[in-house]
Design a protein around this ligand. Structure first.
Ligand SMILES: *Cc1c(COP(=O)(O)O)cnc(C)c1O
Length: 411
């Protein structure tokens, strides 16, 4: 069955949670080989092998150094409520946060590693709410913003005011002024948004936040670990980070393009003291999750030191090369049209000639993972490329795509 991701702003169906039949608790322990074999069989039910999955950025292994780190840091942990016992691990986390801050225009940031972009965005909205303390807090954000802001709104009692976007996913900035009222606490924008990788005009949001005295959070889940390196490589990247003075907080995911293990995200605050708005005299911790494995911080710290600016530049050049092969391959196939020129590692195509869902199905039959999406009434196939893919994967994908098109239904 083909499940189409819905367009922004549409209310969908409730997400279902399928469960297997009851599973008895194992009476006796089994041998390791039996356990490993049956586990491998279960995992074999995953639709795609990692190398053949262009449907999602998370597919594939993180930096190989992670295996070494796992041995060194196994059993260590970090928690706000226990900073002394694992002092070393704690400092490694904070240094990793400061490294990412330096990358994003401010070496003096406060913050922490979270369980993912979703938690980072939740924390940002909590800080904004507790800092601005208004009775009926409202947040203005483009409709393309990540769903985690809807969770944040539901959990934190915020009202979201969505900015519509045009066919190129650019938010209608002329509307923002009129949407700001005495309840508005924050503006949110993305660098870039996660559907097609389109940059929001962060500078414009910055000017508005400064002029109207609002909290500004930038979701750089995808961008944080590629835009700075693209800039170094000579790409024209507009300001999107703490170099814009009114940006209060940012987040970026190390586990997307930073080669870090899932689940590693960074929440960064320009002013560490703004964390004091969270009533930790009651809540104890600033984060949503409490005890975190030290391995994540250790891996983040080690990978950034191992890669350095030059390593990440190399990895960026590499992944953009893979994207270029995909882009040119798609453009060379009659009847397929790129939805837009990709900025980062996300690209999508549609077709006036072929039934796009049937191309998706054909690819799936051949073991190639993509995502079927819809936007502006047109179905499209979306690809998201992890830096651990290589040119060969992209070329094999394009030959599979050519074959899929040959067998696809026409419109
Ligand atoms: C991926 C993503 C997130 C958060 O995703 P997690 O799966 O929680 O890490 C948030 N915002 C954007 C724009 C994203 O692309």
């Amino acid at each position: 069955m083909v499940r189409l991701r819905r367009e922004f702003g549409e209310r969908g169906e409730k997400t279902s949670i399928p469960m297997p039949p009851p599973v008895p608790f194992p009476k006796r322990g089994k041998s390791e080989s039996v356990v490993v074999n049956s586990l491998q069989k279960k995992l074999g039910q995953n639709l795609y092998q990692s190398e053949k999955n262009f449907g999602i950025v998370y597919s594939g292994a993180p930096h190989p150094l992670v295996r070494v780190i796992q041995e060194i840091a196994e059993g260590t942990y970090i928690a706000d409520w226990e900073q002394e016992m694992f002092k070393g691990t704690y400092m490694v986390e904070k240094e990793a946060v400061r490294m990412v801050g330096s990358l994003l225009g401010n070496g003096n940031v406060g913050g922490f590693i979270t369980s993912g972009g979703t938690e980072s965005n939740l924390v940002a909205m909590r800080v904004a709410r507790d800092l601005m303390h208004k009775k009926h807090p409202e947040v203005i954000l483009p409709i393309t913003a990540h769903f985690s802001f809807r969770s944040a709104a539901e959990l934190l009692g915020l009202k979201l005011r969505f900015l519509p976007v045009d066919a190129n996913l650019h938010p209608d900035m002329d509307r923002v002024g009129g949407m700001i009222n005495q309840n508005t606490i924050a503006l949110v924008c993305s660098a870039p948004e996660g559907f097609l990788g389109v940059m929001d005009p962060v500078e414009e949001f910055g000017e508005l936040a400064a002029r109207r005295d609002l909290y500004l959070h930038v979701d750089a889940a995808f961008g944080g670990f590629i835009l700075p390196f693209m800039r170094e490589l000579g790409y024209d990247i507009p300001p999107f980070d703490f170099r814009i003075p009114s940006v209060d907080s940012m987040m970026t995911d190390g586990h997307k393009l930073g080669l870090m293990p899932l689940t590693t995200s960074f929440f960064l605050l320009r002013k560490q003291e703004n964390l004091e708005s969270i009533p930790t005299e009651d809540t104890v911790i600033h984060t949503i999750t409490s005890t975190k494995p030290g391995i994540k911080a250790a891996a983040a710290w080690a990978i950034m030191n191992r890669m350095g600016m030059d390593g990440y530049k190399q990895s960026t050049r590499h992944v953009l090369g893979v994207v270029r092969i995909l882009q040119e391959g798609i453009e060379s196939i009659p009847g397929l049209d790129l939805v837009m020129k990709p900025l980062i590692t996300i690209l999508a195509f549609k077709s006036d000639v072929y039934d796009v869902a049937s191309i998706f199905e054909q690819l799936r039959k051949m073991g190639w993972g993509t995502e079927l999406e819809s936007w502006e009434g047109a179905e499209m196939i979306r690809l998201s490329v992890n830096p651990n893919r290589d040119d060969e994967h992209a070329k094999l994908f394009i030959s599979a795509l050519k074959q899929a098109v040959r067998y696809a239904k026409k419109k």
